[in-house]
Design a protein around this ligand. Structure first.
Ligand code: SF4
Length: 93
């Protein structure tokens, strides 16, 4: 056995969604939660650019098997510890 993970990554500017097919339980939480992103009829079947980061985080978090995960890209709209941070704070004058 190679022991290598078969996790695939789907990236946008602000988030990376990863998917490991052999963990998937086909519970379809993802497809029901965000059909515009998770569509098994499309290639690639995960299109994270079709939803906001907030919605992706919410729906990826519902995956019961750990097949789906996400990583926020540095400079995104949220920090990994959950505190929201706007990248476009207007400078005080
Ligand atoms: S929510 Fe997770 S386990 Fe369910 S179909 Fe999507 S990837 Fe598979």
């Amino acid at each position: 056995m190679s022991g290598e993970s078969e996790r695939k990554a789907y990236r946008t500017e602000s988030i990376t969604v990863t998917f490991e097919a052999r963990r998937c339980l086909h519970a379809a939480e993802c497809v029901q939660g965000l059909p515009e992103v998770f569509d098994p009829a499309k290639r690639p079947w995960i299109q994270p650019g079709n939803a906001t980061v907030e919605r992706l985080v919410e729906v990826v978090g519902r995956c019961p098997s750990g097949a789906l995960r996400y990583e926020l890209v540095d400079g995104g709209t949220e920090t990994p510890d959950g505190s929201p941070r706007s990248p476009a704070v207007p400078p005080g004058r």
